[in-house]
Design a protein around this ligand. Structure first.
Ligand code: ZN
Length: 291
């Protein structure tokens, strides 16, 4: 039985405190340079497994298609999760999305969603930093961590990664609701470690970083990978983790990816995190992958 239905049954039989309606989440996909057809069902499943969310999916036309038919009503949801990296949405949908987040809606950007929309100023303010698709110093400074977040205006491209590997994620803001109770360091399943992300970086709290080692083709810097941002009255959780190019989904099966996504989505939707840290959360030296 789906958590959604379990909740409905508990609600019919149990005390009123179990009757809270699930948080409504809209997952957007349809174009990506990654295999969104395998990652979207997984993202939906892990969000719903928390028991907190009811997830609906909005799929855009394929690349080059008529975006006129893509017109979701964002106001029906407490949070929008993007697994999308593709053609621009229509001006009306972009305006509606900006108004939705600015007015207090939650937004979650997963992995290559931060590659999307290099020329949409408000979107780049929401995600704080992004990469690829023509991003340069005009997109904003590089952001990296050296005891605090540093902003580097050196000209150059935005977005890069070395070869995929397991790497340690280091908490930088342990008192933030998304991070409270998580280990100070944990070993993430094999993934791309994004580096040299560029953007305005406004109202951005870096929750966690990872060291991008030159031996794996990285920068030799601590790169921001989990971020919390404010955009108007809205909250944005940005996870740069979660590369996938096939149904294996190793990086997204990491309990660290899953739990931070679940917690970040709840925080984006409500400003709070009520979830306990599960026993299978990875440790500093042991990766933990779910099936
Ligand atoms: Zn990737």
């Amino acid at each position: 039985m789906k958590p959604f239905l379990l909740l409905a049954v508990a609600c019919a039989l149990g005390p009123l405190s179990l009757c809270a309606a699930p948080l409504r989440v809209l997952l957007i996909d349809g174009q990506n340079n990654h295999d969104w057809r395998s990652s979207s069902p997984w993202i939906r499943k892990v969000l719903e497994e928390s028991g907190l969310f009811g997830v609906e999916v909005a799929t855009t036309p394929a690349a080059g298609g008529d975006m006129g038919g893509f017109n979701p009503d964002f106001t029906r949801y407490q949070a929008v999760v993007s697994n999308y990296n593709g053609d621009p949405w229509s001006p009306a949908v972009r305006s509606a999305f900006v108004a939705y987040v600015r007015g207090g809606g939650g937004f979650v950007s997963v992995h290559a969603a931060d590659n999307a929309f290099p020329d949409w100023a408000e979107y780049n303010e929401m995600i704080g930093v992004g990469g690829w698709n023509g991003r340069t110093e005009r997109s904003g400074p590089w952001h990296y961590w050296d005891g605090r977040i540093l902003r580097d205006m050196t000209p150059g491209p935005g977005g890069h990664h070395g070869k995929q590997h397991e790497f340690k994620v280091v908490t930088r803001e342990p008192s933030h609701p998304i991070m409270a109770g998580l280990p100070a360091e944990w070993l993430h399943g094999k993934d791309e470690l994004y580096d040299q992300l560029r953007g305005p970086g406004l109202h951005m709290t870096v929750l966690a970083t990872a060291y991008s080692d030159k031996s794996t083709g990285g920068t030799g810097r601590n790169e921001p990978l989990l971020m919390a941002l404010a955009f108007g009255k809205g909250r944005v959780f940005h996870t740069a983790l979660g590369h996938n190019n096939g149904p294996d989904l190793t990086s997204q099966r990491c309990a660290g990816f899953i739990v931070t996504l679940q917690r970040g989505t709840e925080w984006a939707a409500t400003g709070q995190v009520t979830q306990k840290v599960p026993a299978d959360f990875p440790t500093a030296d042991k990766v933990s992958l779910r099936k």
